[in-house]
Design a protein around this ligand. Structure first.
Ligand SMILES: [Mg+2]
Length: 329
């Protein structure tokens, strides 16, 4: 199996572990499941069965199916809309509103409608797809910015994603955890996401005000991403909330452990947006080459059917084709 495929299985397995504890407090999780959490469990608030991964992994797969259309960002947007139109059990508020617009600038418009306040983790949670699809270097950064802004155009969301995909690339290249993070931060600091979004047609004449808002906030956003990554590297964790920088910091904090379960289990046990934090941790652990415990793979499913995917399909059998289909010949 390629590192791209093992990373995809890793993030999905982590998400499926977190599905049972999403929105719960650590106290309730310990009362319900005990002190350890190493296998899929019932109890998902969205009704996911044990072994079913949530919207995070589903949107990673949908993004890969979108790349398989060979229509660039429009193909990704179309595939995400097909996923949404099939009525998934859980959809983020901004994601629903952005994809509902039906244009490339839907994410920008949704951000504008939030008075430039919305900065959820709905872009970060699915952005590993871009690295899994085979983008690398400057192209990876541009694609990461564009795919994030399809639903989450706040610069904190965009730069968090640019950082994460650059980090996955550096980790896959064999750099040590902290050194890889520092080189990804350097790349993030040097990257002009606003220009990338203009080139991609995500900012345009109709969204000039949002473009100005992005420009005014991007230096601060880069600084916040840097501060939160370094805090996470130092062992700090603010919260596992759905705020993109909380999710990023928590994932950085967890994903440096020696084993796959050592990375993922703390995210699952802390609850709140545990499936998303676990999913991001799973992506990082996968890029590091940490192996998913083999016992977690046979039962792994994505908890939704949409054009291109069936809920009953074993991930081990059907995700390989999704990865190959997304990668350019
Ligand atoms: Mg989820």
């Amino acid at each position: 199996m390629t590192r791209a495929l093992t990373t995809l299985l890793s993030l999905a397995a982590a998400d499926a572990l977190g599905a049972a504890t999403e929105f719960k407090s650590p106290e309730r999780i310990r009362a319900e499941y005990g002190e350890t959490f190493t296998d899929y469990q019932p109890g998902s608030v969205f009704g996911f069965a044990p072994g079913e991964a949530t919207d995070d992994s589903q949107m990673v797969a949908a993004t890969l199916l979108g790349y398989g259309r060979r229509e660039g960002l429009n193909g990704v947007r179309t595939a995400l809309r097909e996923w949404l139109a099939a009525g998934p059990p859980d959809v983020g508020i901004l994601t629903r509103s952005a994809l509902g617009a039906g244009t490339l600038d839907g994410g920008v418009r949704a951000w504008q409608a939030s008075a430039y306040n919305s900065a959820g983790n709905g872009g970060l949670m699915r952005i590993a797809a871009v690295w899994i699809a085979g983008f690398r270097g400057a192209e990876l950064a541009r694609e990461s910015a564009g795919v994030t802004a399809l639903t989450h155009a706040d610069p904190r969301c965009v730069y968090a994603s640019v950082f994460l995909t650059a980090w996955l690339e550096a980790l896959d290249g064999g750099q040590a955890y902290g050194a890889a993070a520092e080189s990804a931060l350097k790349l993030t600091d040097d990257f002009d996401a606003r220009a990338a979004l203009l080139d991609a047609g995500i900012f345009g004449v109709d969204t000039r005000e949002a473009h100005t808002a992005f420009r005014d906030r991007e230096r601060g956003a880069r600084a916040e991403v840097r501060a939160r990554v370094r805090a996470g590297l130092g062992g700090h964790l603010t919260s596992q909330s759905g705020y993109v920088l909380d999710t990023l910091e928590a994932a950085v904090r967890h994903a440096g452990a020696d084993t796959w379960m050592g990375c993922v289990q703390p995210a699952v046990l802390l609850g709140d947006d545990s499936d998303t934090v676990a999913c991001v941790v799973g992506a990082i652990a996968g890029a590091r080459g940490l192996a998913v415990p083999p016992g977690l793979l046979p039962a792994l499913r994505l908890g939704h059917s949409w054009p291109g995917w069936e809920r009953r399909w074993p991930c081990t059998e059907h995700l390989p084709g999704v990865v190959t289909g997304a990668q350019r010949p």
